[in-house]
Structures are given as C-alpha cells and as structure tokens.
Design a protein around this ligand. Structure first.
Ligand code: SF4
Ligand code: SF4
Length: 192
C-alpha cells in the first residue's frame, strides 16, 4: 500500500527524471532564491532553497512537513535570474508544485490560487509588483488577517513600505507599452 513517504519518493523520482532537474545537484544552498522569492515573505513555509535541499537529499519525511506550501510559486523567475549556479529554481518549484497538486491534492486544496491571483491582478494592473500591497492583500485573501496584527508582521510590512528600492520601483509607473503587453499576458493567463 502506498504511504505518503513512498508517494513523495515517487514524486521526487519523477521530478529528477525531467530535464528541469538536471542541474539540481549543483545547488550549494546559498539561499539567494529564498532571499529574493516573492512568496516566502507571504508564506514562510515556502522556501525554495529548502525544497531543493529536500529533493537533493531525498528527505521525504521533512518534505511532508512543508509539502502543503510547495505549490505556491507564482512563476516570477526572480530566483532563476539570480541563482549563481544556473539551476533554474523557478522551473523546479513550478514542477514540484504541479506534482504536489497531482499526488497530494489534499495538501493544495485550500486557498489554492489566491496568492497567484493577487500577484496576477497586480502585475496586470500596473506592470510592476507593489510588494507591500501584495503582502497585505495575500494575508487578507487567505484569511490570515490576524497575522497582520502581530508586531513581527507590522515590522515586516513597514520595512517593505519604507524600502527605498520599493519607492523607486513604484515611481517608475507602468512600463511603456504596458497596455499592449497586458492584453497578451491576460490572454495567456486566461488560457492557462
Ligand atoms: S540560488 Fe541557486 S544555488 Fe543558491 S540555494 Fe537557490 S537554487 Fe541553490
Ligand atoms: S519563481 Fe517561484 S520560487 Fe522563484 S522567486 Fe518567484 S515565486 Fe519564488
């Protein structure tokens, strides 16, 4: 009889058999992917560096403790742009998330597309990510509004709001020609 461990082992095997994972053993756990990840501050259990380590070491027991968040990647590719080993963590996380949805549907049924939808709404509206707004919207939409009242969450949100980098990004406004790009992106999302 299949156990969660054997299902996770099969899932890792399937992931490792795809070209997406051919460089996974080159990961040296620098944590750049997690540091830049759009989702990690919203869902702390979603840690691309850790997921890659768990796959590398075939650690199914610890994977099962965080499998419920593994499908959260929004496909922004920030991690792949910065990975110093050209491992493409974005595609690994998207593939892992798809496998979790297939093999462990019970772990991905609640709030399934909430953060993705909030992310898409923002990108479609402005062509840029307003991270503090995404942070608050995601908490509200996933029913984690009480989180926002904790001192740590307030500090995190304030750090994002006051970040000079954030101010510079928002001051840029919409990218030129965004209305044309938006239509293409919307059509792609509608058919995905
Ligand atoms: S950025 Fe690349 S090398 Fe660093 S932890 Fe992530 S996947 Fe591994
Ligand atoms: S592509 Fe996924 S894993 Fe990579 S930074 Fe974006 S949300 Fe995080």
């Amino acid at each position: 009889m299949a156990t969660p461990q054997s299902t996770a082992r099969d899932m890792f095997r399937e992931l490792m058999s795809t070209p997406i994972s051919e460089n996974i053993q080159r990961c040296f756990q620098c944590g750049t992917c997690t540091g830049i990840c759009t989702v990690t501050p919203l869902v702390p259990e979603f840690n691309p560096r850790q997921y890659i380590h768990l796959v590398q070491t075939n650690d199914v027991d610890n994977f099962l403790k965080v499998a419920h968040a593994a499908w959260r990647c929004v496909g922004c590719y920030k991690c792949s742009q910065l990975c110093p080993r050209q491992i493409n963590p974005a595609e690994i996380m998207e593939a892992l998330g798809t496998l979790v949805r297939k093999r462990f549907p019970e772990k991905s049924s609640s709030n399934q597309n909430t953060i993705n939808d909030a992310y898409h709404d923002q990108i479609l509206a402005n062509g840029r990510l307003n991270f503090p707004q995404l942070y608050v919207t995601s908490k509200l939409k996933t029913g984690r509004f009480m989180d926002l009242l904790s001192l740590m969450e307030i500090k995190t949100a304030m750090k994002m709001i006051l970040s000079p980098r954030m101010a510079k990004i928002l001051a840029l406004g919409k990218p030129s020609g965004w209305d044309r790009v938006r239509k293409v992106l919307q059509a792609r999302i509608d058919h995905s």
